[in-house]
Design a protein around this ligand. Structure first.
Ligand SMILES: Nc1ncnc2c1ncn2[C@@H]1O[C@H](COP(=O)(O)OP(=O)(O)OP(=O)(O)O)[C@@H](O)[C@H]1O
Length: 465
């Protein structure tokens, strides 16, 4: 793109020299000797950027800058200040200048400043365009995605809105199964009913039955009062059975019967309760393997898999990365009271090259950490290592972590803690070959905490098998 610049400097000889240098770099450059002449030109020509000497005869540079910004608030400008006059530079930046340079102007420095200013403006425009796109075509409930496979999932959810069939959502960890389940519910006839979720992997086997079916007072030791199970809570709504591949075999036939009959009996009860619920199940396991290994019942599989939805891993829909990044940066900016967060081209390039084993969740986490570590609102450095995919773990016992001494204490604490926790859970999961319950026992926390941490750091059980 060809940019048009205006130099305002009463030293016509140096303005001419600068215009010639800028011209040889592809910029179309005009120059005038006073603010008054410059104002006349601004009424006629749309300049991309102004280069303003602060000391001018008649109206001075600062007043001219203010007038130019009044005429067009989007005006880009570089002001030239006398050597050491920081106060003037600060006033100019406050009045809307994009940057400043001290006299004598070094052309190489000016060229660098110009390319940075134009790159930032371009990025801002891209963000605005992406945001507009997001609001239009590429959004479905809380899901965003423009890849054809995501678009056909959105269409499928739309066409399911009048149906009550069971849905089985498959896909790697962090691909958005939970979001899809919610989108189906909130787009269905049951949307005013409850959406109840249960993670079959995070509830210990012995408790899963009572969590699902509920119990009567005295049903077992500790059952001091009657409790409704998740199935009952989901009456007139949807029950989301997450990680269905981890449901114990012994409970699967009872679940199948319940789905068919739509009746339950609380544990320790003697009364059948009729219910009206829809089942959506999800798993990141390969259920065909579970079927072959006799760990999952074929009849239950058929009952759940009436409408299959497979979410592709992020590495197979790279087109979605810029869109998702814009979506998460917008959320982060709102949650952190920032007007806007922008990703540099270099940052975007790193995102596009990454293999994303933790999928969209990993992208979300990585961007949050990048924001914490960035010096300003431009995100350039992507701290992948914290997501655990490019870390060298050969020295896991090393106590002395390198750190960034420029970080504020709060960010340093959070970052260090996250790094330590991630290494700790990686170590335990490796030791326990991915078994969550053993890891929880080693860490002396409950399995939910381990699963939460695994989600946070984008760790997948399968990685440690
Ligand atoms: N298409 C998407 N658009 C916006 N956000 C998304 C999308 N997909 C996933 N996310 C976000 O990524 C994170 C992980 O998504 P979610 O919990 O739905 O994944 P999941 O497949 O259910 O993971 P797991 O198998 O580990 O439970 C969430 O914070 C979610 O909001």
């Amino acid at each position: 793109m060809q940019y048009r610049l205006l130099i305002v400097d009463d030293d016509i000889n140096s303005a001419k020299t600068l215009a010639r240098i800028l011209g040889s770099e592809g910029y179309t450059t005009d120059y005038v000797a006073s603010a008054e002449e410059a104002l006349t030109l601004l009424g006629e020509i749309d300049y991309d950027l102004l280069i303003i000497d602060m000391i001018l005869p008649g109206m001075d540079g600062l007043d001219f800058l203010k007038r130019a910004v009044e005429i067009n608030p989007e005006t880009l400008s570089v002001v030239i200040t006398a050597y050491g006059s920081i106060g003037t530079a600060v006033d100019a930046l406050k009045s809307g200048a994009s940057d400043f340079l001290e006299k004598p102007v070094v052309p190489e420095k000016l060229l660098l400043v110009l390319s940075r200013i134009f790159e930032e403006r371009q990025l801002k425009r891209e963000v605005v365009a992406l945001r507009a796109n997001l609001q239009q075509r590429y959004r479905f409930e809380n899901l965003v995605g423009k890849h054809p496979r995501m678009q056909s999932i959105f269409n499928l959810i739309e066409s399911l809105s009048n149906m009550d069939s069971s849905v089985l959502i498959t896909g790697e960890t962090g691909t958005g199964k939970d979001l899809v389940a919610r989108a189906i519910h909130f787009h269905s006839l049951r949307k005013s009913g409850p959406f109840v979720a249960i993670n079959c992997a995070s509830v210990p086997e012995t408790l899963l039955e009572s969590e699902l079916f509920g119990y009567e007072r005295g049903a077992f030791t500790g059952a001091e009062r009657r409790k409704q199970g998740k199935l009952e809570q989901a009456n007139h709504g949807t029950l989301f059975l997450d990680e269905i591949g981890d449901m114990p075999y012994s409970l699967q036939s009872k679940l199948l019967r319940t789905i068919q009959d739509k009746k339950i009996e609380r544990l320790g009860g003697n009364r059948l309760i009729s219910l009206n619920f829809r089942i959506i199940a999800a798993t990141n396991k390969d259920l065909s393997q579970e079927l072959t290994a006799n760990r999952f019942r074929l009849d239950l599989y058929y009952r759940l898999n009436v409408v299959p939805i497979h979410l592709p891993p992020l590495r197979e829909r790279l087109d979605d990365i810029p869109l998702l990044a814009a979506h998460f940066l917008e959320k982060l900016a709102i949650n952190n009271n920032k007007s806007q967060l922008t990703l540099s081209h270099r940052g975007m390039f790193s995102l596009m090259k990454h293999p994303w084993p933790g999928n969209v969740r990993e992208l979300e986490n990585v961007l949050e950490r990048a924001m914490i570590m960035a010096q300003d609102d431009l995100i350039d450095e992507i701290p992948f290592s914290l997501a655990g995919t490019q870390v060298d773990h050969s020295n896991d016992n090393e106590l002395c972590l390198p750190f960034d001494p420029t970080l504020p204490l709060k960010a340093l604490r959070e970052e260090t803690l996250a790094r330590m926790e991630e290494r700790y859970f990686r170590h335990l999961l490796k030791k326990n070959k991915g078994t969550v319950s053993l890891t929880a026992a080693d860490a002396q926390v409950d399995v939910r905490t381990v699963l939460r941490k695994m989600k946070q750091f984008g760790l997948d059980k399968a990685e440690f098998k």
